[in-house]
Design a protein around this ligand. Sequence first.
Ligand SMILES: [Zn+2]
Length: 322
Amino acid sequence: MSELHKFMFDGLPVRGSLVRLTDAWQELLARRGASTAYALPVQQLLGEMAAAAVLMQSGIKFDGALVLQIAGDGPVTLAVVEVQSDLGLRAMASVTGTVDASASLSQMVNCQGRGRCAITLDAQSRQPGQPPYQGIVPLQDGQHCYEQVSEVLQHYMRQSEQLDTTLVLAANAELAAGLMLQRLPLGGAANLARHAQVSDDDDALARLDYQRIALLASSLKAQELLELDAHTVLHRLFWQEDLRLLDHDGKRPHFSCRCSRQRVEKMLLGLGWDEVHSVLQERGQVEVGCEFCGQQYQFDVVDAAALFKPADLRPQADAGMH
Ligand SMILES: [Zn+2]
């Protein structure tokens, strides 16, 4: 079963979480099907993004979808992970051409320096017409191209959210896992020092505390994250610290796709009758597959005609003749 553990360090302005996606990740890959299975580096990219997206979603008080997206300018044109507040997740990557087994992150998504990473928070309460919140960062810092998803996201959190964050991510065919540490702002709701006012000294001390814990976390190797269970990882890294595991809030990461026949119908209506009609003439039916879960939705002539209003069914040439 996939698991998420959240923890604090007694007296320190640092919080952490560790995720291990097992069944959720395996189902996500299995639904992709063997014939369209991802090349290993793409699988690793998507798995690390999935683990990171769950960590980030679980760290914010927010009701809605967190979407982590990398739009690439190389063979991987898009990698996207969506995590709902209940930790239901889905993910997919669009790959054009071949990805070498030893391809680096920049070779996959940032060949010409135009790759971008975006995080979107799409609130449940969002009104129609109101845009969701989105932050975007490039996949490089000046001339330095990031070669780790964790580097990109640490950069994002610092730049967009002003949050010091340390991430260790790893993924293979069985498991996508991640460890995240964040420095809590002093004087905020989570102020552990209980000081009414935060002095520069307090802030400097807090930074030192965070740096010490972050240094321990960054000593974790990807291989250890993949091979050791959660409690062993936390014990090995932080055995000298007063680490306190927080109560499980009952949320467990799981695979979940939000596609439905109704959404596909909306999409077909958006395409318009002429487009749908030409596919029907050519193939006898319209078949739409969900790229996240593999579900196929079929519409024959009768299904398709029932979607459109009678006025839509007239060929375009008739329009305006009345
Ligand atoms: Zn689906």
